[in-house]
Structure formats: structure tokens, C-alpha cells
Design a protein around this ligand. Sequence first.
Ligand code: ATP
Length: 551
Amino acid sequence: MLYRDLAKVYSDLESTTKRLEKTHIIAELFRSLNGEDISEISLLLLGRVFPAWSDEEIGIGSKLVERSVVKAIGTTLDKVEDAIRDEGDIGLASYKLFQNKKQTTFFSKPLTVNFVFDSLRKLPKISGSNSTNRKISIILELFSQATPLEAKYLTRNITEELRIGVGEGIVRDAIAEAFNIDKNVVERAQMLTNDMGLVAIVSLEEGCEGLNKLNVEPGKPVKPMLAQLAPPLEEIINEVGLAICETKYDGIRLQIHRNEDEIKIFTRRLENITNAMPEIVKLINDHMPHENFIIEGEVIATKNGRPLSFQNVLHRVRRKYDIDKAMERVPLKVFLFDLLFYKIPLLDEPLLERRKKLEKIVDTSSDDLKLSTMVYGTPETIPEVEQLFEDSLKEHHEGIMIKDASQPYIPGIRGKKMLKWKAEPETLDMVVVGGIYGTGKRANFVGSYLLALRGEDNEFKSVVYAATGLDDDMLINLTEKMKEYKISEKGLKINVEPKIVLEIAFSEIVKSPEYETGYSLRFPVIKRIRSDKGLSDVDTVERLISMYINQ
Ligand code: ATP
């Protein structure tokens, strides 16, 4: 397929906000493709060239692309920067700038999707001397034949900021529509493999049967199973029959893989954080069998036996240098709670069996690697479950998890099979879409943050401005991020790309025509920056409305 045809599809997708329309456009495209093209294009539609399980990224900053645009069209950096400021985006700016570019070769070959894809994959592999120039020359090769529309999307593909409103859900639905496969089968294959290219090509070549054969592989992270808020305890236990009730630790969820001799640690966003936690790698190597496995657990920071706040663990995860010092200052402790693979995939086994297998293979002789504290929940043991909740709060944990013991592991889904019962009122995970600079002493800081939730079409819709709850460090950190993600600024107001996820506490949900959702929050307080969460973890408008009805 020619890249110019893909650029046209990108443009069609960008011009509609309707999810169904986008799905049809992509389904029609998929039906017309062959094997290699479909796997590359399904990734390119998500604005990437590496599957989600991989930690590789193109890694080209906008400055390098700007310099390449300067060379490609023979203009100055000032002019390119002006155009970006005017248009608010490097893609739109390139579209405009490339209209003035002289066509140098008349009989040149047009760009193919495959050539673009391969070139983008080459970029992160370039290192060492003269690497910047070598990267620019690859980009220039792409730009040399580009039409304005191609340039618009090439720059966005290179910077991995596609902005066409297409997420995994739409591509999944389009695969289902194109090849007449049950949406749930496509979704499960994607949650298990986190490789849309693979899911697309298997759908095209082998259909539903092929997808059903896909499974987890140690080394490639799986989307975690998520929890819902628990209804009253008796109700759940009576319904479930047998539950596994565990302490809910307030840390970061880890998925730990061993594949042959290699141990890798992933977050719930599938980020590889192995290098930030060498002591955990050692613990796992010393206290787990040397077999292939995938385990899940929560890592918390502790001092003198007491859990430290969640932000401490987050600092450890983000730390790139002086890891030894960080290890001393913030000691970690892991509580394991699930086994997804042990020599063979175990996802489809009931939790009860997975837990028993996990208990058999973990050596818990170290203080820093334990199984989660648990009791079996049955109608007869309700007082014990209540006691576990009390104990968990006394030990400064968050509450308990109540899991249906008969259930398989369902990746990526927030369902009733895993419930959480916490002491603190529910919070919302919201994304920052704008803000207002402070005045006086706080003039250099964004003091107030416009927060949004995810609507039906994956568009973010505003709910509230939040300004309280920030300490000085958070304020500095957030302001820096706001500047990094700035789209535009006017007076004291700043608009940013939706990137920063904040956890917000509040006293009440109220109706409010002022905000895009039609609802707002009273007394919003920023509880913490959730850099362990991505855009797909941002809470939905639907959830807000259901909380409003139930409050
Ligand atoms: P919250 O903000 O309530 O922690 P979350 O949005 O981070 O929730 P949920 O799916 O709502 O995620 O709650 C489950 C999370 O609780 C898990 O992702 C995991 O990080 C954490 N957790 C702590 N202890 C356990 C446990 N014993 N079993 C499962 N998850 C646990």
C-alpha cells in the first residue's frame, strides 16, 4: 500500500469524531489488505511501529523533526517554529510548510507504507557517533518525496503523536467487523498478546480459530485483570460461594516474567521497569524456581516495618540513576497474589488452583518477598474477612480485595470477579487538559488544573478545575509537565495534550452546565499524580454519572 493512501485514511479518520464511522473506515481498509500490510497498518493506525508489549519506541523528539523539516523544504528554524506556534501542532505546520516545497524529482518512486514502517523502526537502533545526522538523513529520505498530506502524518508518525482519535478499542472493533469475528475473541487476543499487528494478521489469515490459539508468553506483558468496588460483603460472599480475600496493599502492581534466564518486571501500563528494581530481580531469582513463569504482585515501600506512601514507590519506579542510593532510602517489599504462567499458561485455571500453585513454588523465607495475606471467604467466615479488613487498615494498608475463587484470569477487564473494599471514599482518575497560572508568588506555576474524563468516543470531556492538595514538589513537577505538553497558551490559561493522570478526591458530584460532561465535583482535591496509569485507565463519564445516581 502507498503511504499516500494511508495518509488519506488518516485524514478521513481525523475528520470524524464518531466511533462507529471510524470503525467502518478501518474495517473497509482492513478488508482490502494483505498479510504484511495489515500488521504494519494496524500498528500505524495506533501511531506506533512497535507492539504495546515492547518497550522499544521511535524516540525522536520534536526538535529533531523540526530540524529535518528545515532541511527538507529549505527554510529557517524560526519559520518552522512560527508555523508550529500558529497551527498548534507539528503535523498541521508541516502540511502548510510542505505546500511551498518545490518538487525536485518528477519520476521518483512514491513512498510505500512498508518503507515508512521499516525506516521508523530503524530510527531507535541508530546510536553512537554522528547519530543525530544519520537519523535526520533517514527522516529526510521520507520527506523528500512527501506531499503536504504525507508530511503532516509523517511528522506525527515520527513523533508518535498521531492525534486521529483512534485507540485500541476502535482497531479491535474494526478487525472484528472486517473478518466477522466476535469482538470478545479479538479483545481477549489483544489483551493477552498486546500485539495488534499479530492479532490483525492472525484474524486475516486464520480467523477466530487462530485467535483462540494465541496465549500469554513469558517476556511479553499481559494487560492486568482489574477490580470493581465491592457491594456489601455478605451479598458478595453469598453470591460467590468461595472467595479469596486478600490484603489490598497500596503500592504498584508488578507483573514479573521469567523467560529462560531473563527476569523482567512490568507495570500495569506494560512498561519495563526491570532496571529500576535490581533487588527485586535478585529476590525473584533467589526465591522462585528457575522455570518460565509470569507472576503478579504489589510492590510497596517500607520503613521500619511500616508502609511508606505510594509516591515513594513511584519515585523508585521512575528512578534512572543512583539506583543504589534509592534502594537504601526506599526499601521495597513484594506481595505476590497470582500466577499466570508456570511452564504452561494458567490463565484459564480457577484462581483457587493458581493460588495453590503459587503457594507451592514461592520460597517465602525472605522478609521482602511474601504471598499476600489471605483468608477464604465463605458465608461462615464473614467475621474472619471483616477481621482481615480491620487488620489491613491497622497495618496502614488500603483495605481488602475479594476475588471469586472459581474464576479464570481475565486480562484487561474491570469486572465483578475481582472486587475491592477500601476504607477511603472512591476517587476518580482524571486527565489534565488545561490549567491556569497562579498570580503573585505563584505566577510561574500552574496553580489550577482543568480535569477531564473519558467520553464514549474516547474524547476527553471536562469536569472541574482542581487547585488544592498540591505540595510544592508536586506543583513544580506538574508545572514542568504542563509546559512540556503545552498545545497553546493565552493570558493565564494553558491548554495541554491529555497526558497527565491525577487521582482526585471530592465531596460530591453535582450537575453543572459549565463543563462538557454536564457534571462537576465539589471540593476536588488532588490526591496524587498517577504516572503508573495511562489514558486508557482514565475514568469514564459513564462511571461519573453512575456515581452521581448512586450517591
Ligand atoms: P485503586 O486506585 O483503588 O488502587 P486502581 O485503579 O489502581 O485502584 P483497581 O483495579 O481499582 O486499580 O484496584 C486493584 C489494584 O489494587 C490492583 O491493580 C493492584 O495494584 C492493587 N492491589 C493491592 N493489593 C492487591 C491484591 N492483594 N490483589 C490484587 N490487587 C492488589
